[in-house]
Design a protein around this ligand. Structure first.
Ligand code: GDP
Length: 691
């Protein structure tokens, strides 16, 4: 019959895993008692090890679901926490430490939680038992304990002491039974005392007659009776360290010594139950009885639950199988597919456009700095016309000034660090494309996997950045000394820079519109601009512009006015240069000194083309080859050690699907086990009948 209890406990633990919503379960023994009633001491004596958190402060914040497994083959007693990835341990002080930490992890504000810690202890010396240790009842909340702690503990205990669980109600002999919180609680849910075992601790602290009287109590009769124990350990001498595996024998020797001193009260004829060993036997017996008696009802309930689950599986998921592995594999496949599609759409032309656009800006910067600049000084200084701009249409191709201007602008372009720029521009474009792909993929619902993939892209890109940028610089070296532009390239530059100027002009106008609405209309902005213009021409003399502004305009309004003047002038210049670029004068390469815009654009194109050749070989191809592999490696690292389960659970839809399947499988497994149990049971009964 021992074997049956073991199997029933196994079934009970499986049922616990079926899920919160399931009410189908087999009974366990729930241990309740006031703080300091000796609850921990009793439990530890039963287990034979000191393993529970100790301390004056209340440390039990979570129920401990303790499964004792009688394991005749175990060489050493060992414990394991099936829900957390800790290895089995034979070190019970480590168990104690872990329990303390798990308890302390519950936030103070929450007081206690009903999320149990599962702990299994294997030993050849323990009986098969399923025990639940609950936080001890407190009488008055301590100074630094939240006020609702008392109520919360009581509610938590109420939840567990419901039927069909067996209640182990611990009371100390030196406290009047009428005041025992444990018995009071048990009487509320089990008024006839049918599933409560009374344990009276600290029998050594009261007169033997009084102690014996408690055990035969008539006032609070319990069908399963009372057991008296002395579970305090004798003080350690210090010379000999206690054999930790021997706790029960020390306690029971101690108990025997005590009880045998009072044979008339505690002798075999007294008709009472005493001693921890007796208590253990009683627990085994009662648990087995209670479990067996509930087995049929539980089996029926499981059957119904399985039918319902199977029905849901069919209706909701069309019986489609699902595993965390399969989900990851298909997510990864989809992602790779999307990535390959992207790879086909992103190559040299796209890199060319990106880099050219970045260089277009640099060309505009050079033009502004060397040809178009119209300095906006502060309002009090005298105005200055941009000489270069005024003179540009009359530029003498033989004049060294114009040669130098163009040479300097061109050399500034070739030397601006195109290698770095190209690598950065392309890397960041790829990175944001990859991030976009991720956010459209199944991984978008998985923050950490998302990060891993994004990081994989960054790593592979960064790996090549230095050599690529170096290679580009090397290949651009000749241009740093001379750029030879062909007539066709001139023509292309002329077309392209026309567009660039047009876009720039549109942007100027948009910014202007923005300013208008910012200051409250076109009229207002005009007023400020007129003021700024006058001030610059010297028509108005402003003596030191204060932070309060000038001319009746606030400082911030003036700043906007200046910005508007700048934008207007820039728009004028760009307009002028657009016309120049389109004019006959700029048609031919010979006139490059008149038309620096075209020349610089052609230079930028040359730089782009060369850089892109390099980018393609050094960076892009390498990225396309390595990135998918890097993703796979990094993801599989993340999926190790329970990561895969966590990953799949992050997606609510997948989680529900997986949970349903798991539930169905568990219920099926439980039913198989119950059937085995029935077979063994009837077999044993048959044998019993024959014998
Ligand atoms: P818990 O708070 O209910 O878990 O109580 P403990 O098991 O920690 O015991 C509270 C105190 O009572 C400890 O100092 C124990 O050593 C002591 N104690 C426990 N059982 C006995 C016993 O049977 N006799 C005596 N004299 N002291 C005990």
């Amino acid at each position: 019959m021992m074997f049956m209890t073991k199997m029933m406990i196994e079934i009970r633990n499986l049922l616990q895993r079926v899920g919160q919503s399931s009410t189908v379960t087999l009974p366990a023994i729930v241990v309740i008692g006031s703080q300091s009633s000796g609850k921990s001491s009793v439990l530890e004596a039963i287990v034979g090890h000191e393993f529970l958190p100790k301390g004056t402060n209340m440390v039990t914040r979570r129920p401990i679901e303790l499964t004792l497994v009688n394991d005749p083959d175990a060489k050493h007693d060992y414990a394991e926490f099936p829900d957390i990835g800790l290895p089995k341990t034979t070190d019970f002080s480590l168990v104690q430490k872990t329990l303390t930490e798990l308890n302390q992890a519950v936030p103070e504000s929450e007081c206690v939680t009903d999320d149990p810690i599962r702990l299994t202890i294997h030993s050849p010396k323990v009986p098969d038992l399923s025990l639940i240790d609950l936080p001890g009842y407190i009488q008055v909340a301590g100074e630094n304990q939240p006020r609702e702690l008392k109520r919360k503990i009581s509610e938590l205990c109420d939840k567990y002491i419901r039927g069909p669980n067996i209640i182990l109600a611990i009371s100390a002999a030196d406290v009047d039974l009428a005041n025992s919180t444990a018995l009071q609680a048990s009487r509320r849910v089990d008024p006839r005392g049918e599933r409560t075992i009374g344990v009276i601790t600290k029998m050594d602290l009261v007169d033997p007659e009084k102690g014996a009287a408690i055990l035969t109590d008539r006032q609070y009769p319990l069908r399963l009776g009372y057991v008296g124990v002395v579970s305090k350990l004798p003080a350690q001498t210090g010379l000999f360290k206690r054999d930790p595996g021997n706790l029960l024998s020390i306690i029971s020797r101690n108990e025997k010594a005590f009880f045998s001193q009072h044979p008339s009260e505690f002798g075999p004829n007294a008709g009472i139950n005493i001693g921890t060993v007796t208590l253990r036997k009683k627990l085994m017996h009662v648990l087995e009885q209670q479990m067996s008696s509930k087995l049929q009802a539980t089996t029926d309930a499981i059957q119904r639950e399985l039918e319902e689950t199977t029905y849901q599986y069919r209706v909701q998921y069309n019986e489609e199988p699902m595993t965390a592995e399969a989900y990851l594999a298909s997510s990864l496949d989809d992602f790779k597919h999307q990535f390959h599609q992207f790879a086909r759409s992103f190559g040299r032309p796209q890199m060319h456009d990106l880099l050219k656009a970045a260089l277009d800006q640099r060309v505009l910067d050079q033009l502004a700095a060397r040809y178009w600049n119209k300095p906006i000084d502060d309002l009090s200084s005298a105005p200055r016309e941009p000489e270069n701009l005024v003179d540009l249409p009359k530029a003498d191709p033989k004049s060294p000034h114009w040669h130098m201007q163009l040479d300097m602008a061109s050399s500034a372009l070739t030397r601006l660090g195109v290698g770095r720029l190209a690598t950065a521009v392309v890397s960041s474009a790829i990175q944001s494309d990859v991030d976009r792909l991720i956010s459209k993929s199944a991984f978008s619902k998985h923050p950490s996997a998302r990060q891993v993939i994004s990081d994989a892209a960054a790593t592979v890109l960064a790996d090549r950045a230095y050599t690529t940028s170096d290679g580009i610089e090397f290949s651009l070296k000749p241009y740093k000394f001379e750029v030879d532009i062909q007539p066709q390239e001139w023509q292309q530059g002329r077309d392209h820079v026309g567009d660039v100027l047009k876009t720039e002009l549109e942007q100027c106008r948009a910014a202007m519109k923005n300013l208008e609405s910012n200051v409250g209309g076109k009229g207002k902005l005009k007023e400020v601009m007129t003021f700024v213009d006058k001030a610059r021409k010297g028509d108005i003399v402003i003596e030191g512009e204060s932070s309060n502004g000038a001319g009746g305009f606030s400082a911030s309004l003036l700043a906007r006015g200046r910005e508007a003047v700048f934008l207007r002038d820039r728009a004028d210049i760009i307009n002028m240069r657009m016309m120049a670029v389109k004019s006959r004068q700029c048609k031919s390469l010979e006139n490059k000194y008149y038309c620096p815009e075209i020349f610089l654009d052609a230079v930028a194109t040359k730089l782009t083309q060369t850089a892109v050749l390099f980018l393609n070989v050094e960076m892009l191809n390498d990225f396309y080859a390595r990135f998918p592999r890097e993703v796979e490696t990094k993801l599989s690292e993340q999926m190790a050690g329970g990561g895969l389960e966590r990953f799949a659970q992050e997606d609510a839809k997948i989680r529900r699907h997986l949970d349903l399947i798991k539930r169905k499988e568990l219920l099926e497994l439980v039913l198989t086990k119950i059937n085995t149990l029935h077979t063994i049971g009837s077999h044993e009964l048959g044998n019993g009948g024959a014998g």
